[in-house]
Design a protein around this ligand. Sequence first.
Ligand SMILES: C[S@@+](CC[C@H](N)C(=O)[O-])C[C@H]1O[C@@H](n2cnc3c(N)ncnc32)[C@H](O)[C@@H]1O
Ligand code: SF4
Length: 361
Amino acid sequence: MRYWSGLKMKFSSALVSLRLLLQLCIRTVHDISASLFSTVWYWTPGVCRGASVVSTADREVDQKEVQNVMTPTSVNYHFTRKCNYKCGFCFHTAKTSFVLPLEEAKRGLKLLKESGMEKINFSGGEPFLHDKGEFLGKLVQFCKQDLQLPSVSIVSNGSMIKEKWFQKYGDDLDILAISCDSFDEATNQLIGRTQGRKSHIENLHKIRSWCQQYKVAFKINSVINTFNVDEDMTENILQLNPVRWKVFQCLLIDGENAGEAALREAERFVISEQMFQEFLERHSSVSCLVPESNEKMRNSYLILDEYMRFLDCREGRKDPSKSILDVGVKEAIRFSGFDEKMFLKRGGKYVWSKADMRLEW
Ligand SMILES: C[S@@+](CC[C@H](N)C(=O)[O-])C[C@H]1O[C@@H](n2cnc3c(N)ncnc32)[C@H](O)[C@@H]1O
Ligand code: SF4
């Protein structure tokens, strides 16, 4: 009897030890697998780093590193920030007076062409201001004749354009967009879309007729804001008959037209999404209208500043990349914040070569 109870005790203590051993094994296996799992958790393609050494900032950079390589199909080059107007909502302000030497600007444009650029748009500031439009003219000529770009365009306030410019460079220009936010001169004065007492609207009509004469596609850009949101522009737009009427919802950019460091304070110009929709509905009969809400605008443009740095607007400010002149297009474009899908969604790709348009008025 004593023999059997001793055997039973030995057997049950062996069982307890076995269970403890088993638990120990399970915990060890669990610990090993947990540490292995956490090592591969942050294992991003091509970047060999364990969880313990990867900071949040590093992960953000890694995310940018694994983004697809982008093609700069359509680029907006703001080669100058200087302007003769004072539009109160302007989101590209005169923070510097720098303009690249002509040959450097041409070198950058050639790099872009080699990376797949098909369309260049020259903007600013006011692009006709520097060297009385000669700098701009030479870039337009270079892009069309030397780089053979399918589309060369300009966006301007129109106030500095002379007929002589069309005679010299008009052949090489596909599209000229003139900004006009109101067909009421008093509203233009309030916005700051004017210089002295010159009539912005008369000028718009004059440029339209030069576009017709020199066979350049004529486009209009309007920024919808608190001063013009109730206007009905249908009749005026139909009369001017542009190939495209871009209608922007006034956008705020920190450091440009909002925030402490900004040169403009555009908060009083901002309208709601609903107000913007009502404006669009009022103009639904205008078939050339292309609307651009804040959401569509923010990351659907490839913007190059005066140093040829891409500007990333995703965080609501303009964060610059390195210059394409220093690091090349492929490296700089990774920090452009450009969303190719949004670019296509907003209709960024369209018939943009005048050779493919029927320019009839
Ligand atoms: C910065 S401007 C430069 C070219 C030229 N000075 C002009 O006004 O057309 C380029 C375009 O951006 C538009 N724009 C300026 N500020 C804006 C804002 N806050 N929201 C939306 N569009 C804006 C202008 O009306 C213009 O059509
Ligand atoms: S939006 Fe007005 S202030 Fe800004 S660059 Fe154009 S014309 Fe000049």
